[in-house]
Each structure stands twice: as structure tokens, then as C-alpha cells.
Design a protein around this ligand. Structure first.
Ligand SMILES: [Zn+2]
Length: 261
């Protein structure tokens, strides 16, 4: 990827991250993400355009509202930085050895939604339908676009990926009667599985495994550090999404390793 492309993806990612902060704040409240304009939740003063520049404004304001000096959580610049980094990361992945440039538009949509879902699920223990359900039609369009651009239609592998994720997450949801997994996880699983399957069945398998490894490690750390007891409910959505990212990166090399290619 050229420096110009990296800078462009990073800059758009930062702006998208700024919008994701609005999504993360308003969707759990059930209010519109389009209006009204952003305001300080403490004093209600509308945010000026110059105070709405991703990351930079937060740094210049030293993390405080210009009007009432109420602290602005560090989550805001972190979400913006994370989104910028994910956009650059996905861009370099898509233009890398696998040549998945056709998949990039959909990955950028899914990755951005994923960041919002990670934060919302971690804070509120839910994966809102208004974010998850539109990913179904968006995914169909995104994968069709990938097929048209890339000239490859790995429909069977994509279906296998969706099936594996749905079977495992849906199975755990059914067995645990919704305590181990939420139904939001079940709805999100096929979207992640179908996308990884499109890349390769290995990506779908590695991604699902990575989700459980990540969740297991995190849960063990919480238990051992005394921050959680046996009854503590851990939101699993963030691990599904992080696992999917790991599967995307590590799936293809793992497949090559096993096939001895
Ligand atoms: Zn204020």
C-alpha cells in the first residue's frame, strides 16, 4: 500500500471513529444518531466544529469540555485511534498476499460496526439489533462486490464458515439457555463466519478458536485477579469480533502450513 493510501484510510478511519463515538453513546439510549448535533452530556452546550476534530481536539482540550470543564472520557480518542488503525490494518491486509481488495469495502463496514459493537457489548452487555441486523443485507452486497471485483465466488466455503459459527455459538446459546452466550451473539455469528469463510474455511475455524482462547484467557485473568466470581457474566461479543480479526490474519497462513504449501 502506498503512503498516500495509508494516510487516506487512516484519516477516513479517524472520522468514522468520531461517528462511531456518537453511535456508541446514542444507540444504547435508543436515540437518533443523525440528530440533534453532538452536545456535552454535562452542560448541554453543542460541540463546536473545531472541538470535534478526531483525537486532536481531545488532546488540545486536555480531555475536558470547553464550556463546563467536565471530563471527556478517554474512550473517545481511543475509539477514533482504534478505527483509524483498523482501517489501515484492513487496507494493508486486503492489498497483501491474499489480494482481497474486492473484499475491502465490506471489511471496512464490518470492522467499523465491530468496533461499535465491542464497546457497546462490553459496557451494556448487548449487541443492538439496529447495528447487527443491517449487517446481513450489507454483507450480501459486500460479498457480491468482492466476487465481482475479485472474480472468485467461494460460496461453499462462505456457507461452511457461516454454518460453523452459527452451529457453535447457537449451540452454546441453546445448551447454556442464554447464559453462556446472548442471542445477540447468535445473530452476529453468521455474519462473521460467512465473511471469514469467504476468505477460507481455515479463517473461519481459526477465528472461532481464537474467540474462545481470547475469552478464556480474559475470564481466567478476571477470576485469578479476584475481579470476577463464578457468577459474573462476561459479554462474549468482543471476543467473537477480536477472534474474527485474528482468523482473518492467521487463517490463510495456518491453512498453508497444514496443506504443506
Ligand atoms: Zn460541558
Amino acid at each position: 500500500m502506498t503512503l498516500v493510501a495509508i494516510a487516506l484510510l487512516g484519516a477516513i478511519g479517524l472520522l468514522v471513529g468520531s461517528f462511531l463515538n456518537v453511535v456508541i453513546h446514542r444507540v444504547p439510549l435508543g436515540t437518533s444518531v443523525a440528530r440533534p448535533r453532538s452536545a456535552c452530556p454535562h452542560c448541554g452546550h453543542p460541540i463546536r466544529a473545531r472541538d470535534n476534530v478526531p483525537v486532536a481536539s481531545w488532546v488540545l482540550l486536555r480531555g475536558r469540555c470547553r464550556d463546563c470543564r467536565a471530563p471527556i472520557p478517554g474512550r473517545y480518542p481511543l475509539v477514533e485511534l482504534a478505527t483509524g488503525a483498523v482501517w489501515v490494518g484492513l487496507g494493508s491486509w486486503a492489498t497483501g498476499p491474499g489480494d482481497q481488495i474486492g473484499l475491502l469495502p465490506w471489511l471496512l463496514v464490518l470492522g467499523s460496526a465491530g468496533i461499535a459493537l465491542v464497546v457497546i457489548d462490553a459496557e451494556h452487555h448487548r449487541l443492538p439489533n439496529v447495528i447487527v441486523l443491517p449487517l446481513y443485507p450489507a454483507g450480501v452486497i459486500g460479498l457480491a462486490l468482492a466476487g465481482l471485483i475479485g472474480g472468485r465466488w467461494p460460496i461453499a466455503a462462505a456457507a461452511v464458515g457461516a454454518g460453523i459459527w452459527l452451529a457453535v455459538i447457537g449451540g452454546l446459546w441453546a445448551v447454556s439457555r442464554g447464559r453462556g452466550m446472548g442471542f445477540g451473539d447468535v445473530k452476529l455469528a453468521p455474519v462473521l463466519g460467512v465473511t471469514l469463510g469467504w476468505v477460507g474455511v481455515s479463517a473461519a475455524v481459526v477465528g472461532l478458536g481464537a474467540a474462545f482462547v481470547a475469552g478464556g484467557i480474559f475470564g481466567a485473568v478476571l477470576l485469578l485477579s479476584g475481579r470476577a466470581g463464578r457468577g459474573t457474566h462476561l459479554a462474549f461479543g468482543p471476543f467473537l469480533i477480536v477472534g474474527a480479526a485474528v482468523g482473518l490474519v492467521l487463517g490463510p497462513p495456518v491453512a498453508r502450513l497444514y496443506l504443506g504449501a
